[in-house]
Design a protein around this ligand. Structure first.
Ligand SMILES: *[C@@H]1O[C@H](CO)[C@@H](O)[C@H](O)[C@H]1NC(C)=O
Ligand SMILES: [Cu+2]
Length: 265
């Protein structure tokens, strides 16, 4: 079992992913244009790291001077690619299929999206998509859907600049800490128009529609309560770590995930 785990870790070492561009209104804004892309596609696993906000050390990101205009209430699409050099959109160009887990999105209101580090308070979650009722994870949907991760920008938020943090979490190594793999980048957006009059936190907005039907116990045991599962980048490091640890304990005792953790078992 241990050997299998080691072998699978080696085999997967480079099978990661990057949110490498943002599509708005059907137009791809360009690789790393308005999205802080890293030089390496590896995950963040230390949930106490400042890099949990917008990636960074050990995957340094490139600054970009672009702030992308987005209409409040509009959908945008985070485009995930295995590497910055990946030009295709087949599953292997997105992320290794072993990487199963939820996909999420957060916003943070900032005064200058080009320079704000994203670290610290102010993040609010606008999406958490775990597993659908037939057992398909959010990451699988993206992997098999040309790397496309649709995110609705709430109509009710105030206009102005935001960091948009799109995230995929891979759970295949999440049996112990560290092990869950957090993949995230931040896009720099300027929310315009709409009815945006409210200010985050999200209590100001109607709760986002759950996507899809929240994970049910009958299909996934103790997995992924859709509201409380994964660490919010705004919460304290200790709280984030505890959240991940408790999640990992749940994962380790779930037979569904045991199959994911030990694909060869
Ligand atoms: C907009 O994105 C949401 C996910 O946030 C998705 O459920 C919905 O189908 C998308 N709508 C359109 C028109 O693409
Ligand atoms: Cu990986």
């Amino acid at each position: 079992m241990k050997l299998a785990a080691v072998l699978s870790a080696v085999g997967l070492a480079s099978a990661h992913t990057i949110f490498s561009s943002l599509e708005v209104g059907g137009v791809n804004q360009g690789l790393g244009n308005g999205v802080r892309v890293p030089s390496y596609n590896g995950p963040i696993e230390d949930v106490t790291s400042n890099s949990l906000a917008c990636n960074g050390n050990p995957n340094p990101t490139s600054p970009t001077n672009t702030v992308i205009n987005v209409q409040a209430g509009q959908n945008v699409t985070a485009i995930w690619r295995y590497m910055l050099s990946s030009t295709g959109s087949a599953p292997n160009d997105v992320m290794d299929s072993s990487h199963k887990g939820p996909i999420l999105a957060y916003l943070k209101k900032v005064s200058d999206a080009k320079t704000d580090s994203g670290v610290g308070n102010g993040w609010f979650k606008i999406q958490e998509y775990g597993m659908d009722s037939s057992g398909v994870w959010g990451t699988e949907k993206v992997i098999n859907g040309q790397g496309r991760h649709d995110i609705r920008i709430p109509a009710c938020i105030a206009p102005g600049q935001y960091l948009l943090r799109a995230e995929m979490i891979a759970l295949h190594g999440a049996g112990s800490y560290p092990g869950a793999q957090f993949y995230m980048e931040c896009a720099q957006i300027n929310v315009i128009g709409g009815t945006g009059a409210k200010t985050p936190p999200p209590s100001a907005c109607p709760a986002p529609t759950p996507e899809p039907t929240p994970v049910s116990k009958s299909t996934s045991g103790t997995l992924l309560s859709p509201t409380t599962s994964f660490p919010d980048p705004a919460s304290s490091p200790a709280k984030r770590r505890n959240l991940v640890r408790s999640q990992e304990r749940k994962l380790a005792t779930s037979s569904k995930v045991a199959g994911i953790l030990n694909p060869q078992a």
